[in-house]
Write a protein that binds this ligand. Structure first.
Ligand code: GLC
Ligand code: CA
Length: 542
């Protein structure tokens, strides 16, 4: 079994994890200092791999997603030596390190772009996507995800270049074989250094329509005009798959490396699109993110539909992935909860995420219940945030510094951090929660340990039991007859009961192995199981 099928991934936004040198910004040295929190001691959280958002040299227009050099580390984060030390120290604790590969675009400060934009006949003139004006206007109606036209005029070339995101992030021309060769060289650089794989940023954007046709329009209630186009020409082009097949061959020439595609898609999130990035012969990416969960309301039917659709879209050789939060969305605890129900709902969500069939990705701070909090306009760093303020508060709300303790700057830094500290840090922090048996952190630790202990919870099959309950989600995880788990999640704030009559599980002895409410390691009669409000219980069927 490949390690990444059984692993729990933990996503770190490096500027916000831990500041080791007192400049208010998280860094690689800080991650090294906090590795024991993540794994390697009996008290650790127990995660198996870190996905690190970009740490390459960058002008930080988009938090490092604007890369100015693919084979170095930004001084803000450390050096190549610090990075190598991170790999070494992480591996000592059985933690793998996955980098973010941002190769749809570079920074406009990348030497390639500086050269490409200098004239029409330099050696890199075709490394980006350049087009002549049409009647003094942009060549077509493609839009930037961060607002406005996707085209920016450049006076030196008297031409427009394409930027799918900020204007400081020009899109590379993946139809040019030199670009591919140079990027593949950088990928080898990191693989040789020992990284365990990559998360591929906006992997479905790489190749653009060769004729630059306009996208069809689409009626969708959104504040972004961008969401009212069907993006069939500026992304999701079939040629992308050829690149990914070669990328996979490169990855497979090393042992045990993994790739995860960010297959971004508008709501409601189709599972067919991410499924395509595993490759028709499972010869593209190992894993792909499906965004369907980020669009689900707090309703088990919606989650179940997303899960079943995802399972159906994948071939038997493909492996699902699940996540609830990342650096681009409002954290799920803030999407689903308010006030008293936030933590109970977060526990139900965690139980689901960590007992589904598929690789779970956690986002730093979700194990604490850190909230997404609005910050004042003048503190906003996210380019997409400034643009749509105040209707859309930006993505900084989910990138606030990790809360380590109830002390100065929540123990994140000795100086004022680059983004404000969460208001509830005095109770929502690592040190306080580690001491409490009832905290969300303790819950995540126990849950990850249970997942490690029982093979069925990691690699067993998934069988939904109830597809249309508005309140209870129920499913089985099974390894043949050897080990069978029944998972019951009460999404509602009412008591309820789960009745096994007429359901496809034979009645037998059972034991509660993990529960928000019931005594663990106690026998249970499974003919009728009474559930408290927001109860989640795992029952082992003997
Ligand atoms: C991805 C990243 C996001 C970034 C964008 C451009 O969607 O997750 O943070 O802004 O790509 O690189
Ligand atoms: Ca720092």
């Amino acid at each position: 079994m490949s390690w990444w099928k059984e692993a729990v991934f933990y996503h770190i936004y490096p500027k916000s994890f831990y500041d080791s040198n007192g400049d208010g910004i998280g860094d690689i040295g800080g991650i090294i200092q906090k590795l024991d929190y993540l794994n390697g001691t009996p008290d650790s959280l127990g995660i198996d791999a870190i996905w690190l958002s970009p740490v390459y040299p960058s002008p930080m227009v988009d938090g490092g997603y604007d890369v100015a050099n693919y084979i170095d580390i930004d001084p803000m984060f450390g050096t190549l030596d610090t990075f190598s030390l991170l790999i070494k120290e992480a591996h000592k604790r059985d933690i793998k390190i996955i980098m973010d590969l941002v190769i749809n675009h570079t920074s406009d400060k990348h030497p390639w772009f500086i050269e490409s934009s200098s004239s029409r006949d330099n050696p890199k003139s075709d490394w980006y996507i350049w087009k002549n004006p049409e009647d003094q206007k942009p060549p077509n109606k493609w839009l930037s995800a961060f607002g406005g036209s996707a085209w920016k005029f450049n006076e030196d070339r008297n031409q427009y270049y394409l930027h799918s995101f900020a204007k400081e992030m020009p899109d590379l021309n993946w139809r040019n074989p030199e670009v591919k060769e140079e990027i593949f060289k950088s990928i080898r650089f990191w693989l040789d250094l020992g990284v365990d794989g990559f998360r591929l940023d906006v992997v479905n954007y790489y190749v653009k329509d060769i004729e630059f046709r306009n996208n069809p329009s689409y009626f969708y209630k959104s504040l972004r005009a961008y969401d009212c186009q069907v993006h069939i020409y500026d992304r999701n082009r079939p040629e992308t798959h050829e690149i990914l097949k070669d990328f996979r061959k490169l990855l497979d020439s090393y042992t045990d490396r993994v790739s995860i595609g960010e297959v971004f898609q508008p709501p409601p999130g189709s599972s067919k699109l991410p499924a395509a990035f595993y490759g028709e012969k499972s010869d593209e990416l190992h894993l792909n993110f499906n965004f369907a969960f980020t669009y689900c309301k707090w309703n088990p039917i919606q989650f179940m539909e997303a899960i079943v659709a995802w399972e159906k879209s994948l071939k038997s050789s493909d492996w699902p992935t699940y996540f609830l939060s990342n650096h681009d969305f409002k954290r799920h605890i803030s999407r689903y909860g308010n006030g008293n129900n936030a933590i109970p709902r977060a526990k139900i969500a965690a139980l689901m995420l960590l007992t589904l069939k598929g690789t779970p990705f956690l986002y730093y701070g979700e194990e604490l219940g850190m909230l997404s909090e609005r910050i004042p306009y003048k503190k906003i760093q996210d380019p997409a945030g400034k643009k749509y303020w105040p209707i859309f508060p930006g993505r900084d709300i989910s990138r606030l510094p990790m809360c380590w303790e109830n002390g100065l700057n929540a123990g994140f830094s000795t100086v004022e951090p680059w983004l404000p500290i969460n208001q509830e840090y005095h109770k929502t922090n690592v040190k306080t929660e580690a001491k409490s048996r009832k905290s969300l952190l303790t819950f995540y630790k126990k849950l990850i340990a249970i997942r490690k202990k029982y093979d069925s919870l990691r690699i067993g099959s998934f069988e939904p039991i109830d597809l249309d309950s508005e309140r209870i989600m129920a499913y089985l995880r099974k390894i043949d007859k050897k080990e069978q788990m029944l998972i019951l999640l009460n999404f509602s704030d009412k008591k309820d009961k789960f009745i096994l009559e007429n359901r496809p599980i034979p009645l037998r002895n059972a034991q509660v192995i993990f529960s928000t409410h019931k005594r663990e390691d106690s026998g249970i009669n499974i003919a009728i199981i009474h559930l408290e409000p927001y109860e989640g219980t795992i029952v082992k069927l003997e």
